[in-house]
Every structure is written in structure tokens, then in C-alpha cells.
Write a protein that binds this ligand. Sequence first.
Ligand code: NOJ
Length: 570
Amino acid sequence: MFSSTARALVLALLALEASAAQKGTPTVSFNSTAGSTYLPNKDYSNEQLAMLWYQVGPVSTHPVVTATVEPTAEPSSYAGPGEFHPLVASNYGEQLAEAKLPADFAWGLSSSAYQLEGAARDEGRGPSIWDLLSHRNPNQVADNSTGDVLAQHYYLYKQDFARLKSFGAPYYSPSISWPRIFPFGKGPVNEAGLKHYDDVIAELVKNGIQPALSLFHWDTPLALFNQYGGWTNPQIIDDYLNYAKFIITRYDKYVPIWFSINEPQYCNWQYSYYPAGKLYPDYGVGPGMEARFLCGHHTLLAHAKLSKWYHNEFKGRGRITFKNSGNYFQPMTNSTADLAAAQRSYDFVLGWFGGVWSDGDYPQSLKDTLGDLLPKFTEKEKEIVKGSCDFFAIDAYTAFYVGELSGGVEACAGNKTHPSFPECVNQTAIGPDGFGIGPAADLGASWLKNTPVGVRKFLSHITKVLFPAVKDIQVTEFGFAEPFESDYTNVQDATWDLRRSDYIQGFLDNILLAITEDKVNVTGAYVWSIFDNFEWGSGIKTRFGLQYLNYDTLERTPKASWFQTRNWFK
Ligand code: NOJ
């Protein structure tokens, strides 16, 4: 039975459909989520929400852009590189002269909700852990920036999508903000937030852009940290499932690719220092090793349960997987010890979540090293984990050399206080001859070097050596933080981002070589990111955008890398 609000909503959508059909725009209608336990109920209280925001503290707003802005026509071309300097040339001109991407190759730009939406406290959104961390955790964000305003994409998405349309990519890969839909993580739905994403999806459809949509990109609702400590607690699994099923039920018709989780490996860094007991209650799992592996465990189970539901019960029309974070590891030498160190490195990054492609369990090296720190799957859970990804998604940014740890792996693996525990390997960006592995990115992304050949080797290694069960693979993120980009005082200097352009040209060439020469079935690639945004602990000064974002005027300006990317795909 429909409530009167639900009936009104359905009628409004039908009216919208009718008027859209008249105008010749694509018809968009969403599956009803009426009847869900999570529709608005009496529990919704603005006081409760205000208390959560009180915990975060005062939130900034933009002085001008405070409501959805209608787009203006995009120009037929943009100011771009002129006659005095060319874009970056390919190093593989001859080899790639005849090379072609598969016709249905998925490509586009990527982003995530907290990193660009802004409008943090608007229209009923609840805070996420990142509102709390950026506001209240001293030294969390290098430049003390927050996600309060950023690009105000929450209000400017229509213009942003019009520009994406002119860019010509068939896909766009953003994320949905869980606390915009469920301000308390569970319970009442925030209708304004839902209406917003209805419109976001409709607008993408209207512009002919297919969403490859992430359901969770690290913005755990703060309420769930207050209640039970976020992803360290198994209760998160059901709350995540309720949110994720709600979104999938509504939008599946328009979403061919679902990413359940962005980079579960984030548990490593976020749960190493999270401020339990200071900023929210302490549930007995302090930051550190135990929290990291609990977070990973619950994340993998949440993904796997969602995926099995998606295919077996819901019978979804698209594909579902999670995005891995990982980099290529080049063994320093061919010695047994260095090769073992490389394998061990993969185990702790990709193997940790790789049971999906094998027996549903953790690698033996993790079990041996971590002992009780590593939670255990039941036999039933292993069955759920097994086969729960439709394809392998890898965010592949860079490469490292790896070698045996001095002192040997055993001494470290048996000593939980060893500084290299639990990986117990020597990972470095310095080659055996002492030269760096590739040109460095901005100081705020010191982990990132430009290593295009690495991505080609990595794609082969994942699909042929690490996980032969993988049928196809997508590079769901790659991108570069141009060094010192925030130091320029005018937009013209800042938009001549030759190092990023070189990175993109090299990565795309090598992804293509992986397809044509190495016969790896790569079915997609997405560049991070649509425009500059909030780079977590590095703040807004470390820029990854293909468009320059002026944080005051909110103006987005295409950089050289925008043209480099577009030309490559053309
Ligand atoms: C991967 C993450 O998904 C994204 O949030 C981050 O901004 C980029 N890497 C760049 O570090």
C-alpha cells in the first residue's frame, strides 16, 4: 500500500515523464522504494540531527551558490593549448598506430561525494566521519580544509554534467553520499537527499552519460561511529546493506556498473589512527592493527552479501564489484627472497580481499603473520565471498620496487612491534641503481610517481598470475597530482599541467598495449578526477583534477590534461 506521500511522489514522477517525453528528452522513472522499512518514520527529529552537527562544530557555507543552479549552454570549444606548445606526444606511436580500443570500452572521469559535493549541512544531510575528522581532529588535514563547500557540486551538478557531455565520455563514476540518504546511517530517509540523487541520475541520463556508481566512498555516517564504532563492528554490515539495497532498488535501471565499496584497503590508513574515545565513544577497539583488519573483514562481508543479493534475489541488470587500491610491485632482483617479498606485498594489499577469486578466505601469509588479529570467516561466509565480483576493478596509480626486508622477513613477522609489521618487506620508489622509479607528483602525494609501464605489467600480473579466475578488469582510477599546482597565482599557469598530461598519455598508451599486445581483457578506464577536490589528509592544495577549480569563485577551467585525455580517446 502506498502512503499519500509515496503516491504524490509517483504521480509527480509520472508527470515529469510525460513532460520529458513531450520534449523529446529520455524518459526517466525510478523504482519505487515505498514499503521499505527505511521510508520516513516518526523517529526523524531535527534535534537529533542538530546534535550530530554540534559534535562536528560550525560548518561553512558558500555566500552565493546555495540552491541548485540551472545550466547555461556550454561553449562549442574551450580555451586550450595553442600554437606555442604541443600536448604530450606518445612514446608508442608506431606500435599503437593501428591499435583500437574495444568498441564498448567504458571510460570517463571519476570522483566521490565528500570530495566535491560541498553543501555539507544542507537539505537534511547527516555528518559523516569525514566531517568530524576534518573539523575536529587536529592535524588530520594538512591545509586544514574541510568538505564544507569545495566545488558545491551538490548545486552545480547540472553544469558539470553539461561539460562532461561536451567532453564526450560515455561514463562518469561518482559516489552517493550515504548520510545524505540516511542522516543517521539507518532509520529515516532524508527525502530531500533522495530527490537530489533522483535528479542527478536523471540529469546524467539526459546528457547521455552512464553512471558507474560507487555506493560507499569512505563517508561512513557519523551516527554509526557514535553508536558502535563504524566498520570495526559487525552491525555495520546490516546497516550498509539496507542503505545499498535501497539505492540499487531505486536506480538499477540506469546504472550498468555498481561499485559496492571504494578501496576497502583504506581500512589500513583510516583505522590506524582513528580517534575513538576522543571524538566519539570508545568501543574497545583502539586505532591500529585490530581495527584495520576488523574493518577489512566487515567491509568484504558487506560487499559479498550485497553482491549475492544483487544477482540471486534482486536479479539486477548490471554488474557489481568493489574497487581495489593497489600498485605494481617490481621485485628488486630475481632472487627468491625478493620475489617472495613481492608476493607478500600483493597478499597484504590485493590478496586480503582476493578470496573473491579463489576459496573465499584470506591468504596463508596473512593468517600466519596476523594470528588472532585477523578475523576468521565461517565456511558459510567463505561461500558468500567466493565469486562475489563480476569483474576486477583496480585503482592503479603507481608502482614500487620491492625487496627483502633487511634482517629478514621472519624476525619481523614474528614481532608485532616491528616497524614494518605486518607486511615485513622493503617497498621503495628507488630503483636498484639508485635512480627514482618515475617523476614525482605534488609533495602532498609523496607516494605517487609517474610509472606508465607499471600499469601494463600490473594488468597482466593481476589477471595472469595473481587471480587467473578474473575474466575482465577495469582501471577504475588513475590520476596525477601536478607538483606545486596550487602555488601558481593565475589560472593560465596552473592549467598547463604537462606532468599530468604525460602521466595520462603514458597510462592510456600502456593500458592499450596491455589489451593489444598482452591480450589482457581490459574493459574500462577512468581518470581521477573531474576537477580538483578534497584530497583527504592532503586537503585541497594537492590537486588531481583535469579541470582547475577556483575555490572562491567555483569556476572550473579545463587544463591541458583535459584536452590530452579527450584527444587520446578521440
Ligand atoms: C583513490 C581514492 O579513491 C580517491 O578518493 C583519492 O582521491 C585518489 N585515490 C587520489 O589519491
